[in-house]
Structures are given as C-alpha cells and as structure tokens.
Design a protein around this ligand. Structure first.
Ligand code: G16
Length: 550
C-alpha cells in the first residue's frame, strides 16, 4: 500500500447525477483517484478507514471503464474495504447496480457512467456514488464529497496487478475479497417477480405481441439478450445494436427519436403499418432511461408516467395498490391528473433521481418519473429502462390494444398535456448564468402580465423541501404558470460537460377531445416564441433557435 500526495481539483462538484467530464479530463493524473478517495472519506468509519465496508462497482462499459475499475479496486484494498461486488467485464447497468446494493446490503456502490452522453476517447466519462438504499447520493452526501475534493492532500492505493474481471468468482487481495458477478441473473429474477412473463411469452409465441428493442450498443445488450430473447422468445433480429461497445459504435446513446434513428425508422417507415412491431423501445448508455414508441407513434415520458400510474394495479407486483406518485418539476402534469382521480398524492421534486429516494424509502410513493426519459418504481432506487419496456409490453399483452389506442384513450379521460423540451446546448456559462439571474430578478415584474392570448398567473423560482428530512433545495428552475392552463419552465442542465445547456420546457393542457390529436410543434408554437422573448434568449446567448427539441 502506498499513500500518494495530491492536490485538489476545483471542478469536482457533482451535478444532477454524479461527476461528468470529458474522458480526457478524467484521465489526467490523480483526477479519478482524488474523487474516489473523496467518496471513501465520506463513507469512512470514525478512524477514517473503510475497514469492513462493502461496495458494488461497475459501469456502462464505456472507454476508460475497465481502467477506472482497476484503480477503484486497488484504492478500495488500501482503504480497508472487506468486499467488492464487481460486474463481470466491469459491466453493470445503473438499475442492476441499485439492485445489487439493496439485495446484498452493501454500504453503497460506485457507478461509472456518463449516462446518455457519447463515450470514447473524445466522449464523456462519469462517476457517481450510490448510498446503501441503492439510490444516488442525496445532496448532503454529494456536498460532503465535494468538500473533501477541495481539501484532499493524499490518497491511498495498493500496487496489486490488475485483476481478471471476465470470470465470475472470488479473487482475494489480502483482506479484500473481490467477487465478480454476472448481474443479468439477479436482474432477470427481479423482473420475473414483477411482470407476467408467461403472458408476454404466450403473446410473442402466437404473434399477437411484438417488440423491437434498441440497446444502442450500450449496457442493456446482455440484459435484453437474456430477457427479451431467451426468456420471452423475441427474435434475435428484433434486438438491435445489442453488443456493448466502448464508444457505443460512435453513436450517442440517448434514447430519443433523433439518436435511436434505426429504431425510429423501423417504427415509422413500414409501408404497411401492420408489419411494424407493436412496441418499439430503446435504452441509454447505462440502462436507466427508456423511450417508448408505438406504430408511428411516440409516447412522451411524461405521458408514459401518467399511463403507468393509471394502470399500475394491472401489473402483477403492484396489485396491492399505489401509495403515491412523484415527478420532477419540469415533467408535465399528466401524472397529477391521474393521482387526483385515484385520490393519491403526487409529489413535485427537483430534477434528479436522488430526490425520489426518501419518498420511496418512506413508502410515500410507488412510482416516479421524469421528462428526461426516466421512469421507475419502488423495486429499486434508480430509474430503470428495461423495467419500463417490460411494463409497456406487459400492459399491451393485458389490454390487447395498440400503444396509440392506450394513449389516446388516456387523453380522452384525463386530458392531453402537449409537451416539448427545447435545449440550447454548449452556450457560454457566464451568459447562461446571467440569463437565469436576469429572469430571477424580473419575476416580481413578470407576474400578471398579459402576453398575447396568455396571462401570467404565477412566476416563481422552484424550491423544494423534502417532506422526510426537511432538507431544502433552492433555485431549481423558474416556472412561468400561464392561463389558459400552460407552463414554461427554464433551468440549466446539470449533466453537460461543455459550457452550459439551457433547457426550456413547454406544456399546454387540452381537455377538448377534438383538439387532442394536433401537431405538438404547432400547438406549442406560441409558447416557444414567448419563451424566447421572456428570457431574451437570442440576445443573451446568441442563439435564435434551440439545438435540440424533444
Ligand atoms: C440524470 C438524472 C435525472 C435527470 C437527468 C437530466 O439522468 O438522474 O434525474 O432528469 O440527468 O438532468 P439535467 O436536466 O440536469 O441534464 P441520467 O440518465 O443522465 O443519469
């Protein structure tokens, strides 16, 4: 064991989901080590060692994943850990890591991923710490880690050779046991407990149920192979881009219609609509996001959460009922309408899965989701891509209706929330901060203004008080509530690695059934223009139009 002298980096403040930087930034000497040691200091016993502690370690397989894992193993040995559970070949999807932490009651886990961001030498890398409940560390923990990064002066590491991560089994490094584990087995078992595999298998076998799944050359490939192909009998060719690659095949593992283009083409371009699969779905780099498509039909993540909430009791594991639902603030209010009807609470949290943890642990909610293509339940403490796909597949098997019919029937009952997110990417950080500050300062003047056909009902900066531990998170995004029933929300992303990304969320509620099948872009056109003028976007950022619209 050796102790290495180091000095702090001033840019290791975790964002919405851990620390994300360009890969080359992570590869600079001591950068990874400083952050890992800072996590270990935050986990340490009173003697500052991690003696006796256990940890799950794995990542989404992107470039630098294996090297980072070897470093973490050597540092864990030097810091006194007694056991590590490491994914076979270094691979663990984020949901599988959450499951392993909970199932084997470890003291937490380290997940190596930059999620949907591109990978490779010129892409991004990331690292996050999950706590013993299996969920992303809450702010009080990430604040402690960040504080450690600012004062670190040394880290501990051993000089063992790299270990073989390819064969399941136990490797002993003195007092540390490293168990290499194939998480596909544990994950599949959990999915079998939640969903009706026999029903789905029957539907696939008699050709009444079909799926095309795009793993985007990311972590879900092996999980999809076992669950969709081996267990449910889906054809091999209907699981596309299934091989995990360190650079995701040069793609951008973000499950939206632009980046999951091959899947989108399959779902939209069949000359005979009857020949395309009933369900199209994709997951991201680390397997926690999902996109749901029907035949020539896109389901917004916000609608997906609302529909899951309305139909939860249809699914085997949730028959006993639902305690509540939660959504992040910018997610559309579609789930709120369902919660109102069911007579259950609907919580509105800041963006970031970490804010759902306490609500799930305290059984205040059963389901939660976000506009950023994430949904999940109390089965783990992360959002879960494959789980969401199975949810929809199981629902189709039960209802024997198309995705489009399920969604339009839902709108007819609860109203439709037209929804879009406009991203202005990689803008100058100072300009982005100035835009938000200017908006914040103008809130008192904005209220009660009339803008064309809209009146501003409320304008505020979202602040959240956790109902369980009372912690307060301020400045979580600016909400402009309009009449008739619409919202515009502004916030800065906490997951980008270059400059700043301004996210503008547009939402308009429509109860008139005859107006529920219009073009989203056209319906939201006026709100889009208003968002530009309210925040003076072109003037302050130099961008006239968003780079990405989802
Ligand atoms: C992470 C968080 C999500 C969040 C998303 C986008 O997801 O876990 O809760 O909604 O980032 O965050 P932002 O709008 O700040 O970029 P993931 O899948 O990237 O880990």
């Amino acid at each position: 064991m050796k102790t290495v002298n180091t000095s702090p980096f001033d840019d290791q403040k975790p964002g919405t989901s851990g620390l994300r930087k360009q890969t080359c930034h992570f590869q600079q000497p001591d950068y990874l080590e400083n952050f890992v040691q800072s996590i270990f200091f935050a986990m340490a016993n009173s003697d500052e060692s991690c003696a006796g502690k256990t940890l799950v370690v794995g990542g989404d397989g992107r470039f630098f994943n294996l090297q980072a894992i070897q470093t973490i193993v050597k540092m864990a040995a030097a810091n006194g850990f007694s056991k590590l559970l490491v994914g076979k070949n270094g691979i663990l999807s984020t949901p599988a890591a959450s499951l392993l932490i909970r199932k084997y009651k470890t003291d937490g886990g380290i997940i190596l991923s930059a999620s949907h961001n591109p990978g490779g030498e010129n892409g991004d890398f990331g690292i996050k710490y999950n706590t013993p409940n299996g969920g992303p560390a809450p702010e009080k923990v990430t604040d402690a880690i960040y504080k450690n990064t600012l004062s670190i002066s040394e880290y501990k590491i051993t000089e063992y050779d790299d270990i073989d991560l390819s064969v399941p089994g136990i490797i002993s490094l003195d007092k540390l046991n490293v168990e290499i584990i194939d998480s596909v087995v544990d994950y599949t078992e959990m999915m079998q407990e939640i969903f009706d595999f026999d029903l789905m298998k029957k539907g696939v076998a008699d050709n009444t149920l079909s799926l095309c799944f795009d793993a985007m050359h990311a972590v879900t490939g092996p999980y999809a192979q076992e669950i969709f192909i081996n267990q449910l009998g889906i054809n091999q060719e209907n699981v596309i881009n299934a091989k995990p690659l360190p650079d995701f095949g040069g793609g951008h593992p973000d499950p939206n219609q632009a980046h999951a283009k091959e899947l989108t083409d399959i779902m939209y371009s069949a000359s005979d609509i009857n020949t395309s699969p009933d369900l199209g779905a994709a997951s991201d780099g680390d397997g926690d996001r999902n996109m749901i498509l029907g035949k020539q039909f896109f389901v917004t993540p916000s609608d997906s959460l609302a529909i899951m909430t309305a139909n939860l009791s249809e699914i085997k594991a949730y028959k006993s009922g639902i305690s509540g639902v939660a959504r992040s603030m910018p997610t559309s209010q579609a789930a709120d309408k369902v919660a109102e009807k069911l007579g259950i609470p609907c919580y509105e949290t800041p963006t970031g899965w970490k804010f759902f943890g306490n609500l799930l642990d305290d059984n205040k909610i059963t389901l939660c989701g976000e506009e950023s293509f994430g949904s999940g339940s109390n089965h783990i403490r992360e959002k879960d891509g494959i789980w969401a796909v199975l949810f929809w597949l199981n629902l189709l098997a039960i209802k024997k209706q198309s995705v489009k019919d399920i969604v339009t029937a839902h709108w007819a009952t609860y109203g439709r929330h037209y929804y879009a997110r406009h991203d202005y990417e990689a803008i100058d950080t100072d300009a982005a901060n100035k835009l938000m500050e200017t908006l914040r300062n103008s809130l008192p003047d904005i209220k009660s203004k009339t803008l064309g056909n809209y009146t501003i009902k409320e304008a505020c900066d979202f602040s959240y008080t956790d109902p369980i531990d009372g912690s307060v998170s301020e400045k979580q995004g600016i909400i402009i509530q309009l009449s008739p029933d619409s919202r515009i929300i502004f916030r800065l992303s906490g997951t980008g690695t270059q400059g700043a990304t301004l996210r503008v969320y547009l939402e308009k509620y429509e109860t008139d059934i005859s107006k529920q099948s219009l073009d989203t872009t056209q319906v939201l056109q006026t709100l889009a223009e208003l968002s530009k003028s309210i925040a003076d976007i072109a003037n302050l950022t130099g961008r006239a139009e968003p780079d990405v619209v989802t």
